[in-house]
Ligand binder design. Sequence first.
Ligand code: ARG
Length: 587
Amino acid sequence: MNLQNTVKQKVAKAFEMAGFENANTLVRTSDRPDISDYQSNGALALAKTAKQPPRVLAEKIAEYLRADSFFKTVSVDGPGFINMTIADTALADMAYEVLSADKCGYERADMPQKIVIDYGGPNCGKVLHVGHLRSAVIGESIKRICRYVGDEVIGDVHLGDWGKPMGQIITEVQERFPNAPYFDDNHTGDYPAEAPFTAEDLLNIYPIASGKCKTDEDFNAKAKENTRLLQEGHPGYRALWKQFIAMSVADIKELYNILGIEFELWHGESNVQERLLKMVDRLKEKGHLVLDDGAYVIPMGKSKNGNDLPPMIVVKSDGAVSYGATDLATVEERVEEFNPDHIFYVIDARQSMALEQVFIASDKIGLYPMNKLEFLGFGTINGADNKPYKTRSGGVPTLRSLIDTAVEAALKKMEAGEMGKDLTAEEKQSISKIVGVSALKFADLMNDRTTNYIFDEEKLTGTEGKTGPYILYAMVRMKSILQKMNETAQITPADKVILSNPAERSLMLRLYGLPDMVQTAYDNRMPHVICDYLFKLAQDFNTFYHDCPIKGADEATQKSRLTLTKYTLRVMSQMTELLGLQVPDKM
Ligand code: ARG
C-alpha cells in the first residue's frame, strides 16, 4: 500500500459511482501544493465522450469523494480539475503500514526484468582518469535502483584489456628487459611468477609507450606486430600480458573499493576474442558483411535522430578486428550466458554513435533486438572554463587525485570547524574519507546524467545547499536525536504519528512521495531524481526540526516527533543506499 495508490483507488471508485467505470482518472500529485495534495484531471478527458461539461462532471465525482473522511477538502477548480487534500488523521494513520514496509510503500506494477549493465570500463595498464568517475558512480546507482524495484541485475566492468595498448606496453617492456624470458622464443617451461616491474612502473610504461608510437615509426611498427602476436597467442606475450592485467586489476579494484563500486563480472574485451573471430566468419558466410575500401562493414542506414550513420567497420582494411566488433561479440556472450531482458551501457555520451552502430548491427544480424539495448550516456566533468576538466599543468586529472581532492577538502572543513566540531583528530581523519567520497559522488549524481557539469571543489563539500554533506548532516542529526532520547531506529505499530504542525505534514507527504519518485528514477535511469528528493526531504526535515521541538512537548507529541524522525532516517538511509553513499554516525 502507498498513498498515491490509495488516492487513485478512491478516485477510480468515485468515477465509477458517478457512472464512469474504468475511466482514465489522471490522478497525480498536485501542481499547486499550496492548495491541494493531489489532483485529478480525469473529468476534462472524459467530458467529450460523456457529452457533459467537464465542471459538471467533476462536481458529480467530487461529491462522492467528499463523502469519504479520507479527504479533508475536495474542490473543483478551473475548467474541471478536482483538487484533493488528505485528512491529517488519514495521513497519520497509514504511516506504519506504508513507511515501515520493506520499500517504504514502493510497489511494482510490471514484471521484474533481468538486466546486464556495462559500466566502469577502465583500461588495464592505464591510470583511471576523471572520465571514469561518472561511469562507475552512475552505473552503480542505476544498478542499485533497478535492484530496489525488483530487477535482477548483473554488473560487468568490461575491462579494456585488449587491443593496441597491450602491444604498446609489451614493446616498452621488451625495450627495458630485452633478456626477460617472455621475449626468448627458445624459452621452455614456466615463465617467472612475477613481472619484472611494479604496478607503479606499469602506469608509467603505457604513456611512454604510446608517446613513442607517435614519434618513433619503428617502435610503432613493433607495437603493432606485438599486438598481433599477443592476439595470435604468443606464449611469452600472453604470460606477460596476464601478469600486467592482474596487477592492473588489483589497482582498479582498490580504487573502486574506495568508491564503493562493486561488479559481479570482471570480464573484459579479451573474454570474447575467440568468439569474435568465429562471429566474423559467420557474418561473412551469411552475407552480412560488405567489402568497403578493403574493410568489412555492416551498412547502417539512419540513426535514431534521422542522420545517416556511417557503416560499422567490423574488420579494418589491415585485417584487425574493430573495437565495435568486440562490443558485438560481447552482446552475443551476454545473451548466451544470461538471456537478459535488457543490456544497459553507461558510457560517455561522446561514444553514443559508436554504440548506436553496435545496436543497429546487433539488430540487423539477428543477434539481439535493438530496443533491448539501452545507451545510458553521460556528459563530461568540466573545469571552471566549462571545458573538460584539466589539471593545472593541462593534463587529465586522475580519478585518484579527484578523490584525494574531495577528501582533503572535507578534512580542511573539519579542521576549520565548519563541520565535525566534536570529532577527535583521529575521527576527522577517518570520517573525512567517508564525507569526501560521498560528497564527490553526490556532486556527480545530482546532475541529470546527460548534461555536463562543472567540478567545483569548494561547493562539493559545502554543508549548505544541495551537497552530499548537507544530506549526510541531516541524517547524522537524526541519529543523534534518537541517541540523545535513548531511542533505537526500531519502529513498532504502537508508534503513533500525530500531525499538529504544517512542517510535520509536509515532511509526512514528502515521505509518502517515495514510490512515485523511485518509479521516475527507474523509468528514466536517472539517479539525480533521487538526489533531488533527498535534498528536499533533508530540507523538510530541517524545517520540522526547527519548528517542532521535541523537548518540552507533551509525551504523545514527543513520541510522534521521534517516530517521524525514525521514518525520515529510514527513507533517507534507503535512498542514500541507492546512490551508493556511505553515511557516518557523526560528523
Ligand atoms: N574502456 C572504454 C574507455 O575508456 C570504455 C568502455 C565502454 N564500454 C563498452 N562496452 N564499449 O573509453
